[in-house]
Design a binder for this molecule. Sequence first.
Ligand code: PRP
Ligand code: URA
Length: 208
Amino acid sequence: MAVHVLNHPLIQHKLAVLRNEKTPVKEFREVVGEIAGLMCYEATRNLPTKEVTVKTPVATAKCRMLSGKKLAIVPVLRAGLGMVDGMVSLIPSAKIGHIGLYRDPETHKPVEYYCKLPEDIGSRVVFLVDPMLATGGSAVAAINFLKERGCRNIVMMNIIGCPEGIKAVEEAHPDVEVYLAACDEKLNAHAYIVPGLGDAGDRIFGTK
Ligand code: PRP
Ligand code: URA
């Protein structure tokens, strides 16, 4: 499985802001969106393009535009919602699906509560977005949903991952490419990423 950790200085700078426990909700939410945009730029680097001819005010120019499969963005609710606007600002014609999962606080296993995807999702390149890849249970379940609906071209984008989560996705879905802003050290006893940034959903929506 291909795992890309994006060491771009802007991404790393913004990640330091997210990690800081003193960062207020408004800034946290904004910076999640900004990082998602920067990660989107990197994760779309290998999309196919085709040559087109464009008439400028001066002459004709041979240019390149996106070609190939259409795109979809699928956030894992709730925290993945925070990454959608940053992605949409760069790929505005992408369709958006939603997968609702939460981790059971006792078992840390994902529980499904919602799934609504574009009808033609199986023919699209899907960018699955969720700020945190912890045990990997949510990611594996979300990818299962997508594959059950015919998706074969899935790119996973997480802001922070860890070895446990990467291993889980790698074992279940070795064909999925993963983009991270950081791969942290480990999980703690509550399956939170260490050092991580805490609970991404609570920090984006201000629920704690
Ligand atoms: C968080 C996060 C991921 C999941 C990661 O969501 O946004 O979806 O945990 O953990 P895992 O890799 O161990 O499955 P959470 O369950 O807290 O739900 P929320 O987004 O609604 O807050
Ligand atoms: N979910 C989060 O929001 N944070 C973690 O560290 C792990 C799971």
